[in-house]
Ligand binder design. Structure first.
Ligand SMILES: C[S@@+](CC[C@H](N)C(=O)[O-])C[C@H]1O[C@@H](n2cnc3c(N)ncnc32)[C@H](O)[C@@H]1O
Ligand SMILES: Nc1nc2[nH]cc(C(=O)O)c2c(=O)[nH]1
Ligand code: SF4
Ligand SMILES: [Mg+2]
Length: 259
């Protein structure tokens, strides 16, 4: 179901009659590929719709060209609990915290005994049952300038730039939940901006941010692209004392859907 590319929430352009539950782009069982829980068998629920437009977004059909089926919360829970091998669930997107219903889904999955991870860009706070807030604040390297825009001529650049860092939302997330800050690295030039943002958050938030809470992840949706970015990312992680995170799913399955 294609919807307008200007839509931020997937609801905006969809049939109002059909809007119940959450817009779900895909739901699958895999290994957590990124972060502190990399390697963990997990069920992934990928919601559709995003308030940002990273040029490199590896989930193009949740942001630039959102597609989805509407699933009610009961149906999502049935499908998640059908994977009885998994104790972990990952809610991602798109931007999952755009949707109010994501909070109800998390509360119910947590009550059913799942460990919950939310993958978020850190621009929206919600009070819900999150065991790990996996926050990936977006750097200047993500902005869809005219030269980098995957589908237009930079129409989203200003909106993306103005929204990509919200210090208040980031502080609320890290003060409330166990967290990791997972930065997408394209080159050594990204490091001053990462260090500045980490220092800004250390000043502003009433919580300790350890260097081990800061993860550097190479940019790349394909094995070919990761081959260009992972070594330099590993080197800057060692230099700064931050943790390196692989993208295991890309190593294992390249850019296949539902992995
Ligand atoms: C598709 S996003 C969805 C969640 C949320 N919107 C966010 O950006 O954190 C899931 C994760 O993939 C990362 N990501 C997206 N495209 C990427 C790429 N080309 N290379 C490396 N990481 C990427 C994001 O930074 C985020 O950590
Ligand atoms: N295997 C796997 N691990 C992931 N960790 C975070 C993902 C995401 O897209 O948010 C992701 C994903 O898409 N696949
Ligand atoms: S914030 Fe996440 S989902 Fe949205 S465009 Fe960026 S990487 Fe894609
Ligand atoms: Mg992914």
């Amino acid at each position: 179901m294609p919807v307008s590319s200007d839509a931020e929430t997937a609801d905006e352009a969809a049939d109002p009659e059909a809007q119940q539950g959450l817009p779900v782009n895909e739901l699958f069982y895999s290994l957590q590929g990124e972060g502190k829980l990399a390697g963990m068998p997990s069920v992934f629920v990928r919601t559709s719709g995003c308030n940002l437009r990273c040029w490199f977004c590896d989930s193009y059909h949740t942001s630039w060209e959102p597609t989805h089926a509407w699933l009610d919360i009961d149906a999502i829970i049935d499908r998640v609990t059908g994977h009885d091998e998994a104790e972990h669930v990952v809610i991602t997107g798109g931007e999952p915290l755009l949707h109010q219903e994501t909070a109800e889904l998390l509360d119910r999955l947590s009550a059913a005994g799942f460990h919950t991870t939310v993958e978020t860009n850190g621009t929206i706070y919600r009070d819900t049952a999150i065991d790990l807030a996996s926050i990936s604040p977006k750097l200047a390297n993500s902005t869809p300038t005219t030269a980098k825009d995957p589908r237009g001529e930079g129409e989203w650049a200003d909106r993306h730039e103005n929204r990509r860092v919200d210090i208040d939302a980031l502080c609320q997330l890290i003060e409330t939940y166990d967290f990791q800050l997972k930065f997408v690295v394209t080159g050594c030039d990204d490091m001053p901006e990462i260090n500045q943002l980490v220092e800004r958050l250390r000043d502003a938030a009433a919580t300790t941010i350890r260097d081990s809470d800061v993860l550097l992840m190479p940019e790349g949706a394909t094995r070919e692209r990761l081959a260009e970015t992972r070594e330099l990312t590993a080197e800057v992680a060692m230099e700064h004392g931050y943790q390196y995170t692989p993208r295991l799913h890309v190593d294992l399955w390249n850019d296949a859907p539902e992995t």
